[in-house]
Design a protein around this ligand. Structure first.
Ligand SMILES: C[S@@+](CC[C@H](N)C(=O)[O-])C[C@H]1O[C@@H](n2cnc3c(N)ncnc32)[C@H](O)[C@@H]1O
Length: 347
């Protein structure tokens, strides 16, 4: 029976037999930045700056929302310098069961803890928050329904007022007044992000995801599927990832409404370069003096190039949402660690 996309995605991804809560996990089907240790190293640099701005609290929390199988947390646990590791509390927030082999001091839970002091991360989580799809109907948007068995779509009824208001504000008609074929109603993502930001007492929420801005929304919709490394049709039958690009400016505004502080939005290539990730190849001379070091540096440069490629992962958005710390974009990304300024932090 046809149902709305939000309900269909919820069951297909997170139901008893859902794609994300059973099976081998996201890594078996697609590669994200979080699977690359270089990202963990860069995030530790960001964490050090945040830690300084917070006055080096004990404990310092790092909460990964939508942690997959804990790949990024495993990297952070491995790379954290001993002095930091002694204060660091790592928490995965995940609907999937705890995987084997994760260090036992990594906490695993379905909801974020309360009053977090530290960093709340969400890499490629928001694109998997279920949402509804609408298409132009006679005089107004109407919901698109889908048959979960085979993905066949059919027209549904009118939208709720809150959904229509979201579209008016965040997905207005383009300048030529020609409506897009379909739109994705990002309201549930805004609410999910606002709730996540609300769990921070002091610190920084960082969402990393692919998305678009109001000035350039897609005309044909972005909802799609991924399975076994390939892009496939978005059939909500539990056999594949279902993902849609994130209206990141609307998510940011929802987070700021909770945080009460401005946000920073930059592309991943900018953020990572500022955090010292460099995709340049090592000098060839190193190959003769230190062949093993040269090969390591070459592998690192190639991963860095992949993470910072503006046409690929480097084009993902980094939404930085400070809570109770000075919103200082230049500081978060400066080459030198941010020193705690007098009066900084503290709510
Ligand atoms: C695309 S995966 C991203 C995994 C990892 N962060 C990465 O970047 O590779 C999205 C993950 O978010 C999890 N997820 C989705 N909604 C969630 C929620 N409300 N609470 C906790 N986890 C959630 C899914 O189970 C899935 O593992």
């Amino acid at each position: 029976m046809p149902i709305g996309w939000r309900a269909a995605m919820t069951t297909a991804l997170y139901g008893d037999q859902g794609f994300f809560v059973t099976g081998a996990g996201p890594t078996a089907h697609f590669r994200t930045s979080a699977h690359m240790p270089l990202l963990g190293a860069a995030l530790l640099r960001l964490l050090d700056r945040l830690d300084a701005a917070l006055g080096r609290p004990d404990p310092l929390q790092l909460v990964d929302v939508g942690a997959g199988r804990g790949e990024l947390l495993g990297t952070l646990a491995r790379l954290a310098p001993p002095a930091l590791a002694a204060r660091l509390r790592l928490t995965a927030v995940e609907l999937a069961p705890r995987p084997d082999g994760l260090p036992e001091w990594v906490d695993w839970r379905p909801e974020p803890p309360e009053r977090i002091v530290g960093l709340l991360l969400a890499t490629e989580w928001l694109d998997n928050v279920p949402l509804d799809v609408a298409e132009p109907g006679p005089g107004a948007w109407r919901r698109v329904l889908v048959d979960p068995a085979d993905g066949t779509e059919s027209p549904g009824g009118p939208l709720d007022p809150a959904e229509a208001a979201w579209l008016d504000r965040w997905w207005p008609l383009p300048a030529d007044q020609c409506p897009p074929d379909r739109v994705e109603i990002g309201l549930p993502r805004d609410l999910a992000w606002a709730e996540a930001v609300g769990s921070l007492h002091r610190g920084l929420a960082l969402a990393v995801d692919y998305g678009h801005l109001r000035k350039a929304r897609p005309r044909h919709g972005t909802l799609t599927g991924f399975r076994a490394g390939r892009q496939v049709g978005p059939v909500p039958d539990g056999s594949r990832d279902l993902t849609a690009h994130v209206a990141i400016d609307s998510v940011a505004a929802a987070g700021t409404a909770v945080a009460g502080q401005p946000y920073t939005l930059v592309e991943q290539h900018t953020a990572l370069r500022a955090l010292g990730v460099d995709g340049r190849r090592p000098a060839l001379a190193l190959a003769s003096t230190d062949p093993a070091g040269y090969l390591r540096a070459l592998a690192g440069a190639s991963t860095a190039a992949e993470l910072t490629d503006p046409a690929g992962l480097g084009g993902h958005w980094w939404l930085l949402q400070p809570v109770g710390v000075e919103p200082d974009p230049a500081g978060w990304f400066s080459a030198e660690p941010v020193a705690p300024a007098p009066g900084r932090g503290g709510r």
